[in-house]
Design a protein. Structure first.
Length: 522
């Protein structure tokens, strides 16, 4: 079955600041086949992604891109004005080992293609202040494309003469047309000048042009803006939009892997295994098992395992009662609880779940995560069983247990983030964890998580009381994840240097979980 190609405009830019590395990766994980980006040259001759004549359009700076060196451009917040809902989730800075940097900053073309090279096709629109600068910029972009081996690479322009010059070089070229210049002769002009691609804003004239272009050698791409129209599947050509999430759902469709409304008061053991973890303190059990085996031999191994594996926690519990409740009670120790799926989800996937978070104090958090490991063989029981009075302990039930994993998180009072641990450095926590910046704020107590995967790249999203539409929190790369992985829903509190003793109690609730994959992947 053939499907309509999906083109991202500036990345998945309805959900994350446009023309950033985060936007382009989010477009890929959401299902983009091609990406349409705009490139300009910095004062010191570096091609960067930016789609406006003046920096003030989306950043904390002002003036043209070409008047600023790369170091200045990289210090600007590209998310300063990004407002998908009621707040500015990507504004501000974050601390990194190299210093303080903007949460969203300008990407270079080389940086982009190091991450996403050859994973999608690229329509690159080069803009410059004059003809000479434009030719220099085009030559540099072409050289970078050659170095990275970009075979699906097309230079496009909004000017007929510039597009004709690009085509004369013998490379694929595209023309960006507006509604005002969709003249009857446009298609013939493109054919006569070997222009392979024609971009047009959605409308009756553009759709009529797409029908006429069938079999002509010119491919029409209809740009829909933020969101695709309801009849987008009827468009007879490639479609471009700023929301790749919406476009992919409309054109590609989704089929369910498994879901759970968490209705009733029994955890469905055909879908989940529940348990607890004492995090760092669990290391003592691992050390005891190894020491007991090495010192006293295999005879005491079962005894030691029973002592530690059958410990219960008075500080963390998980139960179901028309919702999956993870309670972390007030105490002075590390305590985590949650469930891990016994059903694996395939690459690519999209996971969604509703959440409430009652007490976003320091050292409290909740996660939607995926891991390579399941505990099915050890803890599985047939059918639905009542909520147990006590749970088995295993690091798999820790929010950051058993690397490798990727986690979309509601993190204490700071907002939302995505993180990963490639393993094997961090068996349980901290060692090997890599955190992306917190996005949004810590005031919202309810919303929805989403985690998407395509290959080795993962993108996280949230909805909350300020943002009814999806907001991306960025991406991580985790090449250690298996092709099929297991889902973890968990919550915890943990000792922290500036945190009081005892810790703050918290209840996290999950509802309406759904795991899907693409219906049409051809």
């Amino acid at each position: 079955m053939n499907r309509i190609p999906i083109v991202a405009m500036g990345g998945n830019s309805a959900h994350v600041p446009e023309h950033t590395l985060e936007a382009c990766v989010a477009a890929y994980t959401a299902g983009a086949d091609w990406q349409w980006i705009q490139v300009q040259m910095s004062q010191d001759g570096v091609p960067v992604l930016f789609g406006h004549p003046d920096l003030s359009a989306t950043t904390t700076g002002s003036g043209p891109v070409h008047a600023n060196p790369l170091a200045t451009l990289r210090g600007l917040s590209v998310g300063a004005h990004f407002k998908p809902g009621g707040d500015l989730p990507w504004s501000g800075t974050t601390n990194r080992k190299g210093g303080v940097i903007p949460k969203a900053r300008m990407a270079t073309l080389e940086e982009l293609w190091r991450r996403l090279g050859r994973l999608t096709g690229w329509f690159v629109e080069v803009t410059a202040p004059d003809a000479a600068s434009w030719k220099t910029a085009v030559a540099k972009v072409q050289a970078i494309a050659e170095r990275f081996g970009e075979t699906r690479f097309v230079l496009v322009s909004g000017d007929r003469e510039s597009t004709r010059l690009l085509a004369k070089q013998g490379s694929p070229a595209g023309l960006v047309a507006t509604g005002d210049n969709l003249s009857p002769d446009l298609l013939e002009w493109c054919r006569g000048n070997a222009i392979r691609y024609l971009f047009a804003s959605d409308g009756p004239a553009a759709r009529e042009l797409a029908v006429k272009a069938t079999g002509s050698g010119v491919e029409v791409i209809i740009a829909c803006g933020d969101n695709p129209p309801e009849d987008v599947a009827a468009i007879p050509c490639a479609v471009a939009a700023r929301s790749v999430l919406s476009l992919a759902d409309a054109l590609r469709g989704r089929c369910e892997v498994f879901s759970d409304e968490f209705v009733g008061n029994h955890i469905d053991r055909e879908k989940w295994i529940a348990g607890i973890s004492s995090g760092h303190e669990l290391q003592s059990s691992l050390i005891a098992r190894r020491a007991g085996y090495n010192i006293f031999g295999a005879g005491l191994q079962n005894l030691i395992q029973n002592v530690y594996d059958n410990r219960t926690s008075s500080e963390a519990t998980v139960r179901q009662n028309n919702g999956l409740f993870v309670d972390v009670v007030r105490g002075s120790h590390y305590a985590s609880a949650g469930v891990v799926s016994v059903i694996s989800v395939p690459d690519p996937f999209q996971l969604q779940v509703d959440f409430t978070f009652e007490n976003p104090q320091t050292a409290n958090m909740m996660v939607l995560a995926v891991t390579n490991i399941t505990v099915f063989d050890r803890f599985h029981q047939e059918g639905n069983v009542p909520n147990p009075r006590a749970h088995m302990e295993n690091p798999i039930f820790d929010t950051h247990g058993m690397a490798p994993y990727v986690s979309m998180e509601r993190e204490e009072r700071d907002g939302f983030r995505i993180m990963h641990n490639d393993g094997p450095d961090g068996l349980i926590e901290w060692y090997g964890n890599v955190y992306c910046p917190d996005v949004g704020h810590g005031d919202s107590l309810r919303g929805r998580f989403m985690l998407e995967r395509r290959g080795h790249l993962f993108s996280g999203y949230y909805q909350d009381e300020q943002n009814p539409q999806w907001v991306s929190v960025g991406f991580v790369e985790c090449a250690s994840m298996n092709e099929r992985v297991y889902v973890r829903l968990a919550s915890k509190h943990y000792p922290k240097a500036e945190q009081r003793d005892p810790l703050f109690a918290n209840r996290s609730t999950y509802q309406h979980f759904r795991a899907t994959t693409w219906r049409r992947c051809d």
